[in-house]
Design a protein around this ligand. Structure first.
Ligand code: BTN
Length: 329
């Protein structure tokens, strides 16, 4: 059952700069106009502003800049319109929270967002810096019922889908560094962490985690991160509308997940990866289980494995590892 505030925001957003009469809102909610006004007061206290004009009604003139759960829900479109969104002020890790909720039996899909994580995690046990600084920490929970072998290209497909979204939204296209980094000019703008629980021969639970540097100012990074990290806002030289962006991102992830599960991604995948792949044609070194392989990266295969051509050797494929760009000889 949507809350009255969600119904009000959905109506106002649907009318853009147009007005919605108090009467229409009251009848939609099945409450009195006084009650509508009380719900709008609640929204005002949370940072919204409305223009009220006699005989015409209300329109939205300002919304909060910080993440706001009801505003994100009201901004969801298409297949994501009814996706449950939970926004937490603080959590250890949104991936862990999503996994806990899946284990407790919550119906999937759903998304967990947090303003801040106390134990944000990256790949290979790394820490994901997760201050409340205008960035996104999001985890999407699914129950795919797919054979585990099908998941190899999942994160890569999500990566290209996110690049498409970011390029459309900001007019700045990021690059992808296999298997899970989103970069601008070699600096990290985002990272993905996919975690699954597997039952017999089927994936039971899947959590797709995304940390995306959206609005953090350059000066907010501690120590070494100032050199290695970048936000979309730094790149576009203006802060993004975080709630609108979060809603667009949720819609895109849900769309990409559906395409993946139905196997509709296979035709587009190779071309899209090629478009965003920062490693292709570059000298790289890959570390895997204490072994180092250097060579020229030549893209990924259909299974999402990284292809490296060592000098004078045969093409090798890797489905895991930590890869770095090397200097040209
Ligand atoms: C990486 O680049 O190594 C992956 C980083 C993934 C970070 C995100 S933030 C939201 C979700 N919760 C976590 O603890 N990790 C992921």
């Amino acid at each position: 059952m949507p809350s009255p505030e969600l119904v009000i925001l959905r109506e106002l957003l649907a009318h853009g700069t147009g007005f919605v009469s108090g009467e229409a809102l009251a009848s939609r909610l099945g409450v009195s106009r006084v009650s509508v006004w009380q719900h709008m007061e609640k929204l005002r206290a949370e940072g919204f502003a409305f223009e009220a004009v006699r005989a015409r009604g209300y329109r939205l003139t300002r919304h909060p800049a910080a993440l706001h759960q009801t505003l994100i829900e009201a901004s969801l479109r298409g297949g994501a319109k009814d996706l449950p969104v939970t926004l937490l002020d603080e959590v250890d890790s949104t991936n862990d929270e999503a996994a806990r909720q899946l284990a407790a039996g919550r119906a999937a899909p759903f998304v967990i967002l947090a303003r801040r994580q106390t134990h944000g995690r990256g790949r290979l046990g790394r820490v994901w810096h997760s201050e409340a600084n205008g960035n996104l920490y999001a985890s999407f929970a699914f129950r795919p019922h797919l054979p585990p072998g099908r998941m190899q290209t999942f994160t890569l497909w999500m990566g290209v889908s996110l690049c498409e979204l970011i390029a459309n939204f900001t007019h700045h296209a990021p690059a992808l560094k296999w298997p899970n980094d989103l970069l601008f000019d070699g600096r990290k703008a985002g990272g993905m962490l996919t975690e699954a629980r597997i039952d017999a021969d089927e994936i039971r639970d899947l959590v797709f985690g995304l940390g995306l540097n959206v609005n953090s100012p350059a000066a907010s990074w501690p120590g070494d991160l100032a050199r290695r990290a970048v936000s979309l806002a730094e790149r576009t030289a203006a802060p993004l509308d975080l709630n609108r962006f979060a809603a667009a991102l949720i819609g895109r992830v849900l769309l990409a997940y559906g395409q993946f599960v139905r196997g509709e991604h296979t035709d587009a995948f190779a071309d899209l990866w090629h478009r965003y792949d920062v490693l292709r044609g570059q000298p790289v070194a890959l570390l895997q289980a204490g072994r180092r392989v250097a060579g020229i990266a030549v893209g990924v295969d259909d299974e999402g494995s990284l292809l490296i051509h060592p000098p004078g050797g045969r093409l090798q494929r890797f489905h895991a590892g930590d890869v770095t760009l090397e200097k040209h000889p």
